[in-house]
Design a protein around this ligand. Structure first.
Ligand code: NAD
Length: 496
């Protein structure tokens, strides 16, 4: 089996590592490639090359850097389906989801094309007589990105386009579970006129992540992944006084008020809970049914039972497999635990099979009722097509339940009352709020703003906040002496 290559020091090259991790197609377990556990010597070589490249790249005028990104945006659009096919192969995502994964990344490249405006500083004339103060925005140096398996195109593209647009160089350590897509993104990057080593990719797992974060020449670390790993990355980086942003796990609620549009609310619950096999950090995994909306459970169950997983090019499939055998077992473990804890399993996807694909990591739509907030299926991120429902008598009670939850990535309210919506958006302690929108992921001119245990750091991913994250602000206070000014000053002195 061919080993996947790293891009280090000017070219794609095989690693000298003796150990690697198999990358499998989760629909049939066929091994697609091996991701090398890159050696620390190779990682050092990548950081050194990135440092050298930074010195030249930071001096390239911002409009020229933007033009490289414009070419990249056009090429990615042209290659969207080619990338999406590779993405479907290694994640099992249905093709529409894979196309969406690439597209949401392209949108961030579009945002990065705007870098000259995004790097504008501020000026105040005459802060004192004859003195002006202005700020200039400068890149940091070598930045690192560590990405999860669930969006192998979009999440790397949340990071490196803005980082390099701002004049930094970037090293990507993608998930070892689906590294083919990120390699393709890097390959296309170098077809767009970027100088060598502005972007590099190294493969591996924990040891490679730790080696990158602890390298003296790495200035900033962007991480997206689970809570325990996010906490580890945040501590490791900030202990060494690096700039770190960690986007972590989630448990997202969708509140259904009795005055909501019933059909739309049920459709939203189905698509946002089982879509992408529940492997989205913004997936809805808890439905909070308020008052009479609790009577809609049977309709919700019927709607969930009507969808099923399938292979990537099956147009009738609603979603694909879990990413790995271990991920499937973890989800099945939670389903058993939910039953053991006394929740009512209305729909059990544990024994789901897809015709002709007996080895796939399939889990069918699963729905629990009578769930209480002390149960593990309520508290933990399951990351599968499992929806739990809890009941509330009032909107206030629903808000209280959600605000007690340790996560704060996304939340949604379905209602026809503007007053209820306004109260909800004001009082809810979650960073991304949807009103009659189930998955409120902001477009890249905003930022991705998870709260609580869903985010560790200050500046969020993409948008203006990411430009702040990848740059340093310098303020200049300046006075210029010219002949007239000197004459004026002398005159003033004489008059005095
Ligand atoms: P993960 O935490 O297992 O892995 C993420 C990255 O960290 C990978 O590159 C992996 O190689 C590396 N890693 C794994 N273990 C490590 C360790 N012990 N030390 C250092 N690095 C390590 O996450 P995953 O399973 O790939 O992705 C799913 C998780 O990501 C979910 O929790 C999901 O909610 C979260 N996620 C969050 C967001 C967000 O925006 N908040 C977006 C996407 C995914």
């Amino acid at each position: 089996m061919a080993q996947l290559q790293n891009y280090i020091d000017g070219e794609f090259r095989p690693s000298v590592a003796t150990e690697s991790i198999p990358v499998t197609n989760p629909a049939n377990q066929v091994v697609l490639t091996e991701a090398p556990l890159t050696t620390s010597h190779e990682i050092d070589r990548a950081v050194t090359a990135a440092q050298v490249a930074f010195e030249a790249w930071r001096s390239v005028p911002a409009p020229e850097r933007a033009r490289c990104l414009m070419r990249y945006q056009m090429l990615l659009k042209e290659k969207q389906d080619e990338i999406a096919e590779i993405l479907s192969l290694e994640t099992g995502k249905i093709f529409a989801d894979a196309q969406g994964d690439v597209w949401r990344g392209i949108e961030v490249v579009e945002q990065a094309c705007n870098i000259p405006s995004l790097m504008m500083g501020e000026t105040v004339e005459n802060v004192a007589r004859g003195i002006d103060t202005y700020s200039i925005i400068q890149p940091l140096g070598v930045c690192v990105g560590i990405t999860p398996f669930n969006f192998p195109a979009m999440i790397p593209l949340w990071m490196f386009p803005l980082a390099v647009a701002a004049g930094n160089t970037f090293i990507l350590k993608p998930s070892e579970q689906d590294p083919l897509t990120p390699n393709k993104l890097v390959e296309f990057f170098y077809e767009c006129g970027f100088p060598k080593d502005v972007l590099q990719v190294v493969h591996g797992g924990k040891d490679q992540v730790d080696a990158l974060i602890t390298h003296d020449n790495v200035k900033a670390v962007s991480f997206v992944g689970s809570v325990p790993v996010g906490q580890h990355v945040y501590r490791l980086g900030t202990d060494r006084l690096k700039r770190v942003q960690c986007l972590a796990g989630a448990k997202n609620h969708l509140v259904v008020m009795p005055d909501a549009a019933k059909e739309q609310a049920i459709n939203a619950l189905v698509s946002s809970s089982v879509g992408a096999a529940g492997q989205r950090c913004m997936a809805v995994s808890v439905a909070v049914l308020v008052g009479e909306a609790q009577e809609w459970l049977t309709d919700l169950k019927d709607a969930m039972a009507a969808v099923s997983p399938g292979v990537w090019d099956d147009e009738g499939a609603a979603y694909g497999p879990q990413i790995s055998v271990a991920a499937r077992e973890r989800v099945l473990g939670y389903i058993e635990q939910g039953k053991a804890e006394g929740a009512n399993c209305l729909l059990d996807g544990s024994s789901c099979q897809v015709e002709g694909m007996p080895d796939g990591n399939w889990v069918g739509p699963t729905l629990f009722a009578d769930v209480t907030t002390d149960m593990s299926i309520y508290q933990d991120e399951i990351f599968g097509p499992v929806l739990v429902t809890v009941s509330a008598d009032t909107l206030d009670e629903a808000i209280e339940i959600i605000n007690r939850n340790s996560f704060g990535n996304g939340v949604s309210l379905f209602t026809s009352s503007g007053g209820a919506a306004r109260k909800f958006q004001s009082e809810i302690q979650v960073g991304q709020v949807g009103i009659n929108v189930p998955i409120p992921v902001p477009l890249p001119f905003f930022s991705f703003t998870g709260w609580k245990n869903s985010f560790f750091g200050d500046h969020h991913a993409y948008g203006k906040q990411a430009v702040r994250f990848y740059t340093e602000t310098k303020t200049v206070t300046a006075r210029w002496y010219d002949d007239d000014a000197i004459a004026d000053t002398n005159m003033t002195i004489r008059l005095n």
